[in-house]
Design a protein around this ligand. Structure first.
Ligand code: NAD
Length: 280
């Protein structure tokens, strides 16, 4: 089994890590070598935390990262991979250009896992010569710590691809819950309403972020509050997903909170930039 992971940001780093951790070779592709250098050092520092939190990771030393993760900016080796797991930003134009490139550079037999928050799997698959080989695998953040993946069956996704995805996830000890294709699927159609409304609560000065999150955690028993979650995901990714939900459903309930958009414009992207609703 060989895997290619495209996009070495928040999700791509963790997705590459979980496969490397079980001894699967991963080609990790991004646009610039400098981005890949940062990604590899982040994978190493994240591993320090995962070693404490995940029993199976305790015996891993960081040398396995160099052994199993192969950074690249080209398509060398893509013809030999069984799965391509895509994690580039939640922007339709970027994804569309990438999939056109993939169609030209990859073996038609390869299967594609689209790790998107909201974008239609059917629309992405339509760009490919073998749309039946495309499935949505919405990994949850932080990937090594979440046992479940939301899998999305597009219009063309074949039963074989669904079964192959199940086997792929089994290798990294994850189960999938299969849903049908619709913008935001289940997880993000729900969670983005919470995160967006929490941003409106801050904007309307109803409560500070810490109080909003504490009510969610202590009152409802959630592990994280909506604003902590938004910071973890990346506020740019949250705003992009809301835009897709708004455009797809034409429903004002998905309009992006102006404060959230202003924070993105100011470069406050959450954990990945060091500041969002909280400072890191
Ligand atoms: P990110 O912005 O942290 O990282 C994206 C990476 O893709 C960057 O390193 C960027 O340089 C790279 N990239 C951009 N264009 C590329 C191209 N053409 N080829 C190769 N690399 C390219 O984004 P993220 O948070 O990792 O999100 C990635 C995808 O996963 C999005 O579709 C997002 O909606 C989805 N997702 C995110 C989360 C989350 O919690 N952040 C959770 C589940 C799914």
């Amino acid at each position: 089994m060989k895997v290619a992971v495209i996009g070495a940001g928040t999700m791509g780093q963790d997705v590459a890590l979980i496969f490397a951790a079980v001894g699967i070779h991963v080609i990790l592709k991004d646009t610039h070598i400098s981005i890949l250098d940062v990604a590899l050092s982040k994978i190493k520092s994240n591993l320090r935390f995962y070693r404490m939190a995940i029993p199976e990771y305790q015996s891993l030393d960081k040398t396995f990262i160099e052994k199993y993760i192969h950074p690249t900016t080209t398509y060398d080796g893509f013809n030999e991979v069984d799965w391509i797991i895509e994690n580039i930003p939640e922007e339709w134009e970027l994804k569309r250009n990438l999939y056109s490139d993939l169609a030209a550079n990859c073996d038609a037999k390869a299967r594609y896992a689209v790790n998107t928050s909201c974008i239609s799997i059917t629309k992405i698959a339509a760009l490919m010569p073998s749309p039946e080989n495309v499935i949505g695998l919405h990994f949850m953040n932080p990937v090594p710590m979440k046992p479940t993946v939301e899998a999305i069956q597009g219009f063309h996704t074949s039963t074989e691809t669904i079964e192959a995805a199940k086997s792929l996830l089994k290798l990294v000890n994850k189960k999938m819950i299969l849903v049908n294709d619709s913008p935001g699927f289940v997880a993000n159609r729900l969670s983005h309403l919470f995160m967006n409304e929490a941003a409106f609560l801050v904007q309307d000065k109803v409560a500070e972020p810490a109080a909003i999150d504490a009510i969610f955690k202590e009152g409802y028993g959630h592990a994280m509050g909506p604003l902590e979650t938004a910071d973890l995901i990346g506020l740019d990714t949250v705003a992009n997903s809301l835009k897709i939900l708004y455009d797809s459903f034409q429903d004002p309930k998905f309009r992006c909170c102006p404060l959230l958009q202003k924070m993105v414009d100011a470069g406050l992207l959450g954990r990945k930039s060091g500041r969002g609703f909280y400072s890191y």
